[in-house]
Each structure stands twice: as structure tokens, then as C-alpha cells.
Ligand binder design. Structure first.
Ligand code: HEC
Ligand code: HEC
Ligand code: HEC
Ligand code: HEC
Ligand code: HEC
Ligand code: HEC
Ligand code: HEC
Ligand code: HEC
Ligand code: HEC
Length: 341
């Protein structure tokens, strides 16, 4: 008996020990740690294992050629807010351009000034740096992804499987690193940035009915995530319907009288970007409705019937009467749901 109890106590001890250690390791896992830039990696890309990192200060000490670039960069999120004690990876020129010792070899303040007197601008030896322009597309993006891992930058979770990455679109096709302090694409520049490659979509925004993208009330990125999604067409939401009802909540339902299961797909009747027909409709009324319904004879509104001989078909705008076409909770005069009110 005693032996058994001892064994139990021993087991209990082991059990609690393992619970405690796993708790400790959970806490360890939860702690965020700075991501260390993988420096060796850049040396490999330059193909020069003899190059060394000298730091931005050394890079720019003698030569003022890149002062503007530096000013803009220092003011950017990557530059400004990331001081050494922030725990974030320090981003400097060499984080993207590779180790710089060979590029500035032999360049001194004196040489720069002497050259300047002769009217010559001193250039560093760019050839020893990473030739970003000539890298294959996935490698260009890797320059960014080594820090912007899926864990560090949440919206890059689906980058690798995204249609942009697959089609060799790179981070720097959309993000201008040196055009000023804004690394992020400014909201009002998004549409035109996308149109560089999506000309065909641009045309829709000149049609009579369109989402107010040029008016900066709706942005491409309200609906799409250019960094990749698990859904089709890079949509942020799982379905087109959810994409639409995030802003048009009144069409979401559920209604007592639904329009069949049509409103499951808003794009049965609507185009997302623009349309020559009003209300972004794919087809003009009544033709939109005639795809699935026939015109009909009805009782006139004052109660008298239009005789069948008259055969006054209402080949007009069906939604003049069927105004609640997206669904309603109120029955029509016959007691059915015909979207009259
Ligand atoms: C986050 C990555 C990144 C950092 C950090 C960075 N650059 Fe760049 N730099 C780039 C990219 C990308 C290009 C554009 C390559 C191309 O032309 O496609 C570029 C281009 C340049 C060019 C060529 C400009 C031109 O108009 O062709 C210079 C010069 C330059 N960078 C200097 C610097 C200096 C100086 C620093 C530090 C203050 C710096 N860069 C920091 C990514 C970076
Ligand atoms: C050495 C690490 C490192 C590299 C390389 C790097 N970044 Fe960053 N970047 C950061 C950090 C850290 C931040 C600030 C924290 C954040 O916003 O995630 C940042 C911020 C940004 C932001 C601004 C986010 C905001 O909210 O304002 C953009 C955009 C960005 N980086 C794009 C890029 C692109 C494009 C590249 C490649 C050309 C690149 N980065 C390369 C570390 C890096
Ligand atoms: C097709 C264009 C496009 C590509 C390619 C692209 N981006 Fe972006 N990125 C944008 C736009 C537009 C925004 C701003 C709107 C937004 O928040 O989605 C943005 C925002 C960001 C932000 C800020 C995120 C935040 O939460 O505010 C970071 C960081 C970033 N991009 C990094 C990257 C990196 C790294 C790559 C490459 C792996 C990349 N982007 C590729 C268009 C692009
Ligand atoms: C109101 C939401 C919304 C906005 C804003 C939006 N889109 Fe779309 N986009 C969609 C939907 C929904 C689809 C899928 C259409 C379908 O299923 O037929 C789509 C499809 C696309 C496609 C692929 C299909 C095609 O027709 O070639 C591209 C490319 C595209 N959008 C680019 C853009 C660009 C660029 C912008 C900004 C100028 C933009 N979108 C703004 C909702 C939107
Ligand atoms: C450098 C060129 C480039 C830029 C800039 C660009 N795209 Fe694309 N985009 C492509 C390519 C290439 C494809 C894949 C081929 C295709 O479907 O056209 C694609 C595909 C797409 C698709 C999916 C098309 C489909 O049929 O499913 C959408 C949606 C899209 N892009 C939206 C955007 C949005 C929104 C922006 C701006 C934030 C943008 N793109 C910026 C080149 C670009
Ligand atoms: C980010 C918010 C947003 C999203 C997402 C959105 N819309 Fe809109 N929609 C608007 C705004 C804003 C207007 C303009 C309203 C106005 O001008 O009064 C509008 C107008 C419309 C109109 C009327 C257009 C006209 O010519 O008067 C239709 C139809 C429409 N949206 C359908 C859709 C469909 C279908 C989707 C999904 C593909 C969608 N919307 C997604 C914001 C959005
Ligand atoms: C059966 C076709 C059909 C479907 C499906 C449909 N709509 Fe409509 N929608 C219309 C018609 C027709 C109009 C024009 C109504 C009018 O002229 O009074 C319209 C108008 C609109 C308008 C602008 C006028 C208003 O009432 O605000 C919005 C926004 C809209 N629809 C959003 C949606 C959304 C979101 C979905 C998906 C949940 C959707 N529609 C599905 C036919 C449809
Ligand atoms: C893609 C096919 C399709 C389109 C387009 C369409 N509908 Fe429908 N509609 C249906 C279906 C399916 C039902 C459900 C029929 C049922 O429940 O018996 C329905 C039901 C209705 C009803 C109720 C009929 C009943 O017997 O209670 C009315 C009214 C109606 N639609 C009007 C319209 C109008 C007006 C339009 C054009 C703005 C339109 N529909 C566009 C497919 C369509
Ligand atoms: C002048 C108003 C008016 C117009 C215009 C109109 N309807 Fe109707 N519709 C009605 C009324 C009223 C009913 C009967 C509602 C009830 O009491 O149930 C009805 C019923 C229907 C029904 C179900 C009844 C059936 O068995 O036919 C459909 C489907 C329908 N309409 C489709 C259409 C289409 C498609 C158009 C456009 C071509 C259209 N309506 C135009 C007023 C109208």
C-alpha cells in the first residue's frame, strides 16, 4: 500500500513538473522577440563574401549624394520609429542594398571635396551592392520578406500563394521606398497605382454608374487585399456577398421574403466596379428581369383590372413597383412576397 502511494506521489510530482515546464515554455513562446536580419544572406546575393557591413553613418559620412534619400527614409516608419532600443529590427541602407564596405572603399571626405572642386560627383561603387533591379521577382520580394515575415506583418500571411506573387508582382512594384517618407501606398494613390497594371478595370470607373473610387469614398483595398487572400479575386471577405454587405448592410437580410436565393450572389445582377446601366446593373431593366421572368398583367393601382385583351404588359422598369427587390418582410397584396413594399 505504502509503495503504491509513493508511486502515486511520484507520478503527481512528474505531472505537475511537466505542467509547470509547459506553462513556462508557453510564456516563452508568447514573448515577442526581435527578428534578426539575416545578414549573411545579403552577402550571398551580392556574390561578394568579402564585403562588410559599415552602417548607414559610414555609408553616408563623406558623400552627400543621398542626403535626400536619407532624410525621407529617416522620417519613414522603417527609419524613424525604429531606434535601437525599440526591440524592432534596425533598418538601414544595408538591410536592402547589402553590405557596403566595398562600395565606399577609398571614398573619404577629402576625396569628395577635391572631386567637387573639379566639378565631379563622387559615386560609390554600386556594382558591389545588391543589384535589386536585376533580381528575379521572388528574390526582390525576399528582400522585404526577410523582415516582413507573415508573423511580423499580418497581411502578408497569404503572400506566397497570392495571385500577385505567383505572377511575379513584387513589393516594390507597389511600394516606393525612396519617393518620400511614405512607405505605405497613400489611400488616394491606390487606384492609379493599381491601374498601372489593371487598365481594363479603370475603364469601368468612367462608366455612368460606378463606385466612387475617384471621389475617394471607396478604395480598391476596401474589397481587395493586394497581398494575397485565400479567396478568389483577392477579396478580403470570404464571399462577394460579404464584400458588398460590409457597406450595404440593408441588403444583407435575412428577410421574410427573399428573392429566391439570388441575393446570395450580388453579382447575379450587379457589376462590382462600374456599369453603363444605372445602379451598377449588369443589364438594363426590364431585360435584367426578363432573363428569369415574364412580363405580366396586373390589377391597376385603383383596384380596377386591366382586361386581358388589353394585354398591357409592363415592359417597363419593374422596380418601379417591385421596389424591394433585395427582399422584404412585408407581404404583397396577395399575401405573398413580391417585393412591392
Ligand atoms: C527597405 C529597403 C531599402 C532600404 C532600407 C534602402 N533602400 Fe535604397 N532602394 C531600395 C529599392 C527597392 C530601390 C529601387 C530599386 C529599383 O530601382 O528597382 C532602391 C534604390 C536606391 C537608389 C537608386 C535610386 C534610383 O533612383 O535609382 C539609391 C541611391 C538608394 N536606394 C540609396 C539608399 C540609401 C542611401 C539608403 C539608406 C538611407 C537606402 N537606399 C535604403 C530599397 C531600399
Ligand atoms: C531589416 C528589416 C526590414 C526590411 C528589410 C524591410 N522592412 Fe519594412 N519595416 C520594417 C519594420 C521593423 C517596420 C515597422 C514596423 C511595421 O510597421 O511592421 C517596417 C515598416 C514598413 C512599412 C510601413 C508600415 C506602416 O504601417 O507604415 C512598409 C510599407 C514596409 N515596411 C515595406 C517594406 C518593403 C516594401 C520592403 C522591401 C523593399 C521592406 N519593408 C523591407 C522592417 C523591414
Ligand atoms: C499590388 C500592390 C502591392 C504589392 C505587390 C504589395 N503591397 Fe504592400 N500595400 C499595398 C497597398 C495598396 C497598401 C495600403 C493599403 C492596405 O493597408 O492594404 C499596402 C500596405 C502595406 C503595409 C502596411 C500594412 C498595414 O497593416 O498597414 C506593409 C507593411 C506592406 N504593404 C508590405 C508589403 C510587402 C513586404 C510586400 C511584398 C511582399 C508588399 N507589401 C506587396 C500594395 C501592395
Ligand atoms: C466594392 C468592392 C470592390 C472595389 C472597390 C474594387 N473591386 Fe475589384 N472586384 C470586386 C469583386 C466583387 C470582384 C469579383 C467579380 C466577380 O466575381 O465577377 C472584383 C474583381 C476584380 C478583378 C479581377 C476580375 C476582372 O474583372 O478582371 C480585378 C483585376 C480587380 N477587381 C481590380 C480592382 C481594382 C484595380 C480596384 C480599384 C480601382 C478594384 N478592383 C476595386 C470588388 C471590388
Ligand atoms: C505591377 C503590376 C500590378 C499592380 C501594380 C497591381 N496588379 Fe493586380 N495583378 C497583376 C497581375 C500580373 C495579376 C495576375 C494576372 C491577372 O489576373 O491579370 C493580377 C491579379 C489581380 C487580381 C486577381 C484577378 C483575378 O482574375 O482573380 C486582382 C483582384 C488584382 N490583381 C487587384 C489589384 C489591386 C487592387 C491592385 C492595387 C492595390 C493591383 N492589383 C496592382 C499585376 C498588378
Ligand atoms: C467600402 C464600402 C462599399 C463596398 C464594400 C461596396 N459598396 Fe456599393 N457603394 C458604396 C458607396 C459609398 C456608394 C455610393 C453611394 C452614393 O453615392 O450615395 C455605393 C453605391 C452602390 C450602388 C449604386 C450605384 C449607383 O450608380 O448609384 C450599387 C448598386 C452598389 N453600390 C452595389 C455594390 C455591390 C454589388 C457591392 C459588392 C460587389 C458593393 N456595392 C460594395 C460603398 C460600398
Ligand atoms: C435580382 C437582381 C439583384 C440582385 C441579386 C441584387 N440586386 Fe441590388 N439592385 C437590383 C436592382 C434592379 C436595383 C435598382 C433598384 C431601383 O432602381 O430601385 C438594385 C440596386 C441596388 C443598390 C442601389 C440602390 C439602393 O437600394 O441602395 C445597392 C446598393 C444594391 N442594389 C446592392 C446589392 C447588394 C449588396 C446585393 C447582394 C446582397 C444585391 N444588390 C443583389 C437588383 C439586384
Ligand atoms: C437570375 C434569375 C432572376 C433574375 C435576374 C430576377 N429574378 Fe425574380 N425571381 C427569381 C427566382 C428564382 C425567384 C423565386 C421564384 C419562386 O420562389 O418561385 C424570383 C422571384 C421573384 C418574385 C416573386 C415571384 C413569386 O412568385 O412570388 C418577383 C416579384 C420577382 N422575382 C421580380 C423580379 C424582378 C422585378 C427582377 C428584375 C429586377 C427579377 N425578379 C430578376 C429569379 C430571378
Ligand atoms: C405597375 C406595377 C408593376 C410593374 C411595373 C411590374 N409589376 Fe410585377 N407585380 C405587380 C403586382 C401588384 C403584382 C402582384 C403582387 C401580389 O399581390 O402578390 C406583381 C407580381 C409579379 C410577379 C409574381 C406574379 C406572377 O405570377 O406573375 C412577378 C414574377 C413579377 N411581378 C415580375 C415583374 C417583372 C419581371 C416586371 C417588369 C417586366 C414587373 N413585374 C413589373 C406590380 C408590377
Amino acid at each position: 500500500m505504502i509503495g503504491r502511494n509513493k508511486k502515486n506521489i511520484f507520478l503527481l510530482f512528474i505531472l505537475s513538473l511537466s505542467i509547470i515546464t509547459s506553462l513556462i515554455s508557453c510564456v516563452e513562446l508568447k514573448k515577442s522577440r526581435p527578428i534578426k536580419p539575416i545578414k549573411e544572406y545579403e552577402r550571398l546575393i551580392t556574390g561578394r563574401l568579402d564585403a562588410d557591413y559599415v552602417g548607414t553613418k559610414a555609408c553616408l559620412a563623406a558623400c552627400h549624394e543621398h542626403d535626400e534619400i536619407r532624410k525621407a527614409f529617416d522620417a519613414s516608419t522603417m527609419g524613424a520609429q525604429l531606434k535601437r532600443d525599440s526591440g524592432m529590427p534596425l533598418v538601414d541602407c544595408e538591410s536592402c542594398h547589402g553590405p557596403g564596405s566595398l562600395a565606399i572603399k577609398g571614398i573619404t571626405k577629402e576625396l569628395v571635396e577635391a572631386n567637387l572642386k573639379k566639378g565631379i560627383k563622387t559615386k560609390c561603387n554600386y556594382k558591389t551592392l545588391i543589384d535589386i533591379k536585376s533580381l528575379p521577382a521572388p528574390a526582390k520580394s525576399l528582400i522585404c520578406l526577410k523582415c516582413h515575415t507573415a508573423n511580423a506583418t499580418f497581411n502578408l500571411h497569404e503572400w506566397n500563394g497570392g495571385i500577385h506573387a505567383i505572377n511575379d508582382v513584387t513589393c516594390i512594384d507597389c511600394h516606393n521606398i525612396h519617393k518620400g517618407p511614405d512607405l505605405k501606398v497613400k489611400p488616394r494613390e491606390i487606384a492609379n497605382m493599381c491601374f498601372k497594371c489593371h487598365e481594363d478595370i479603370k475603364a469601368y470607373y468612367f462608366m455612368p454608374s460606378r463606385h466612387p473610387v475617384f471621389q475617394e469614398k471607396v478604395f480598391c483595398t476596401d474589397c481587395h487585399d493586394p497581398h494575397g487572400t485565400t479567396t478568389e479575386h483577392l477579396l478580403r471577405k470570404p464571399t462577394v456577398r460579404q464584400t458588398c454587405t460590409q457597406c450595404h448592410g440593408d441588403k444583407e437580410g435575412p428577410f421574410l421574403y427573399e428573392h429566391g436565393d439570388l441575393t446570395e450572389e450580388c453579382t447575379t445582377c450587379h457589376l462590382p466596379h462600374g456599369s453603363p446601366n444605372n445602379n451598377l446593373l449588369k443589364l438594363r431593366e426590364p431585360f435584367l428581369c426578363f432573363q428569369c421572368h415574364e412580363g405580366h398583367v396586373i390589377n391597376t393601382l385603383d383596384g380596377s383590372t386591366i382586361s386581358l385583351e388589353e394585354k398591357r404588359y409592363l415592359f417597363s422598369k419593374c422596380t418601379d413597383c417591385h421596389s424591394m427587390i433585395h427582399g422584404t418582410d412585408i407581404p404583397s397584396p396577395s399575401g405573398k412576397g413580391r417585393f412591392i413594399q
